[in-house]
Design a binder for this molecule. Structure first.
Ligand SMILES: [Zn+2]
Length: 253
């Protein structure tokens, strides 16, 4: 299985428009972060988790020419606003499969009414096939994927386990029964916003405590704010099996 980090930044991305914060001004490529998303590839399958405002650029950066579907964690704008840019995939492949909680589809139908409408569509509007995700394993390609149910402040969010890889973002609370589903992981990806506590995200300390509890072979931090600091400085402070993810990082499991 190959994982590509398409984006590792928090909702505004890094650099933030107009910001003069040193991290936003950094020339290190590892300090430039598009909105969070990963590409998960195995055998001939290729799925994207989330579809934020940087989706188009991310598909170009990773040279993706075919996707088998998009799996959503939740409906916030930084995870969904790129949906219109599935058009090139739709033109080549036909209807695009989307996987999400039914509440997320309700939000998407409001924002992208012209995609989901059953009436006559404007020419060039993509078609999608919706697959409602409940908190039980579902099939993607030849693999059963297990949802991990958590809370982003009070909003329900799904993380996903694909075989020995799990991706959790925008988590603040994960019940013990869900942590049970994360045993024996090769790679865990989890959000770590900054050092200061935040109402809806793990801060660094909470992310590291979570990683210790789950005990994967290695862990990667994502959904990062400029307040966390420079990539190279933060990396030095992390335990030896924990890595700060950065855009375009690829790992094989
Ligand atoms: Zn987010």
């Amino acid at each position: 299985m190959k994982i590509t980090f398409l984006g590792t930044g928090t909702s505004q991305g890094i650099p933030i428009i107009g910001s003069t914060h040193p991290v936003c001004l950094s020339e290190n490529e590892k300090d430039k972060r598009l909105r969070v998303s990963v590409l998960v590839e195995w055998d001939d399958y290729c799925y994207v988790i989330d579809c934020g405002p940087d989706f188009r650029q991310q598909m170009l950066n990773a040279k993706v020419s075919k996707i088998d579907g998009i799996v959503f964690t939740h409906e916030h704008a930084d995870h969904t606003m790129g949906l219109d840019d599935i058009r090139p995939f739709f033109f080549r492949q036909g209807d695009i499969d989307l996987y999400a909680h039914k509440r997320v589809f309700k939000a998407l139908k409001k924002r992208f009414d012209y995609i989901f409408t059953t009436k006559t569509k404007y020419p060039g509007v993509p078609n999608v096939v919706t697959h409602v995700v409940k908190n039980k394993p579902f099939k993607l390609g030849n693999l059963f994927v297990t949802p991990i149910d958590g809370l982003h402040h009070k909003l329900q969010v799904f993380g996903y386990r694909f075989s020995d890889f799990a991706y959790l973002t925008d988590m603040k609370t994960v019940p013990d029964a869900e942590i049970e589903k994360l045993q024996n992981l090769e790679v865990l990806v989890v959000n770590a916003l900054r050092e200061k506590p935040h109402i809806s995200h793990f801060n660094l300390e909470e992310a590291l405590a979570f990683i210790e509890k789950v005990n994967p072979k290695r862990a990667y931090l994502t959904h990062i704010s400029h307040h966390l600091g420079f990539h190279d400085d933060v990396q030095q402070k992390l335990p030896k099996n924990v890595f700060l993810a950065y855009d375009n990082l690829q790992i094989t499991i």
